[in-house]
Write a protein that binds this ligand. Structure first.
Ligand SMILES: Nc1ncnc2c1ncn2[C@@H]1O[C@H](COP(=O)(O)OP(=O)(O)OP(=O)(O)O)[C@@H](O)[C@H]1O
Ligand SMILES: [Mg+2]
Length: 407
């Protein structure tokens, strides 16, 4: 491997000795340390302003701060590789580092030669991936609904089909690992599932993943949920994180259907996503849960402007006005989907309504939803909505990760 000069930013967590870290790093022109920084805050702000090829985080023991910095960096600077130097590996810490998005972990003490080799390897691998991927990483839209039956699966199948209609590469993942019915709703045969992929021998790469995706008539490809609930245990959060990385390299849009609530796999999908589509319905309980869901996203540091609120069955005459929605949820929905028996029919037929009855009001709503997400990355016919505009300009901040607070 031809060695290349790497500009690295080194973040020192509390408790780690600077001389130990300096001694571990190779000398010479192949590694240029652009800064030694103390603590997450300083590291984060310097990261925004400094041109760098690599973030090195040195920590000692189990460090929530390091995990939070990795998570925020992986999301806000997805192209930047991250290597962790650690002088100990407490229980569970190593897997959490990878879960959060670290590319590699080096256990100190280690010779500067081996450290240098690992840093070169990680940067070279990332460069190779981005030149192979060409356009970089696609959007990942996580479709959420705090309660069951709010229309997540219907929305996913229609959103994915409408985005594929823009001529984009779309992959849709059924993350409802126990009772996923996206395949049924889209009318694809579950010949290969995420369970088959997770239990297949060897590691996963883009070609292998490709073989497990089931094509849909819209042009989208589906990673189908396990066919039996007991198979869900084989699909771990670590495996999912790996899949998200690969699938975003090979898709313009990744749409993720989820199970109700904030399970650990749903949280990992939110962490890896660029956008959230939050589903709500017109009843007080659903609206209240939507508010809780939005508050939870806020706690995770998920920028409000990256969330699109969809009010499903929005025309039902149930005595709840627009003002009530605004008051209970705290914001107005961007898209409303009417209650329409044709939606139920389209689910039963296994054909998304945007394909089966594209002129219906419901299909037009899903089309608008797709346009909102497409406009965020400059695709599709719709003008960019105010919220997306704000997202572009808003200050980046590291996101706290609920997963990282769980232990
Ligand atoms: N706007 C609508 N008009 C009529 N029927 C609808 C509408 N939205 C959803 N449905 C029906 O409601 C049912 C539940 O929808 P869906 O499966 O998409 O919900 P979900 O949020 O994925 O549920 P779960 O949490 O169980 O996965 C479906 O049978 C669908 O046909
Ligand atoms: Mg569902």
């Amino acid at each position: 491997m031809a060695e290349q000069s790497i500009r690295a930013l080194v973040s020192l967590d509390d408790g780690i000795d600077e001389t130990t870290v300096r001694a571990a790093l190779p000398q010479g022109k192949n590694l240029q340390v652009v800064g030694f920084l103390r603590g997450v805050e300083q590291s984060w702000s310097t990261l925004q302003e400094t041109a760098t090829d690599l973030l090195v985080i040195a920590c000692s023991g189990y460090s929530e701060r390091a995990l939070s910095l990795i998570g925020g960096t992986a999301r806000e600077h997805p192209a930047l590789p991250i290597v962790v130097l650690s002088d100990s590996s407490p229980d569970g810490f190593l897997s959490r580092l990878f879960e959060m998005g670290a590319d590699d972990v080096i256990r100190l003490p280690e010779s500067p030669e081996r450290v240098g080799f690992t840093l070169q390897k990680v940067v070279a691998r990332r460069r190779a991936m981005s030149s192979a991927g060409g356009t970089g990483r696609g959007s990942m839209i996580c479709v959420l609904g705090p309660k069951g039956g709010t229309g997540k699966t219907v929305t996913c199948s229609n959103l994915a089909s409408a985005l594929a209609g823009f001529g984009k590469r779309v992959t849709v993942i059924d993350l409802d690992l126990q009772f996923g019915d996206l395949a049924l709703s889209m009318g694809v045969r579950p010949e290969t599932t995420i369970y088959d992929l997770a239990t297949s021998p060897g590691s996963v790469d883009a070609d292998k993943l490709d073989a497990y995706l089931v094509p849909h008539e819209s042009g989208a490809r589906v990673l189908v949920a396990p066919t039996r609930p007991d198979q869900s245990a084989a699909v771990t959060v670590e495996f999912l994180r790996e899949i998200y990385q690969i699938v975003r390299e090979t898709s313009d849009f990744v749409v993720v259907d989820t199970s109700p609530g904030f399970s650990s796999e749903v949280i990992s999908a939110i962490d890896a996503s660029t956008d959230v589509c939050m589903l709500s319905m017109l009843d007080t309980l659903s609206l209240k849960n939507t508010r809780l869901g939005l508050e939870t996203l806020d706690l995770m540091g998920y920028e409000t402007a990256r969330t699109v609120l969809v009010l499903n069955r929005a025309d039902s005459r149930v005595g709840i006005s627009d003002e009530d929605v605004d008051r209970i949820v705290g914001r107005k929905p961007e898209v409303r989907v009417p209650s329409d028996v044709q939606i139920t029919r389209s689910v039963n037929e296994g054909r998304p309504i945007v394909l089966g009855r594209p002129k219906s009001e419901a299909a037009q709503s899903f089309q608008r939803l797709a346009e909102v997400f497409a406009a965020r990355v400059g695709v599709g016919p719709a003008p960019e909505p105010a919220t997306a505009d704000k997202a572009e300009k808003s200050e980046s901040k590291p996101r706290l990760h609920l997963l990282s607070r769980r232990q």
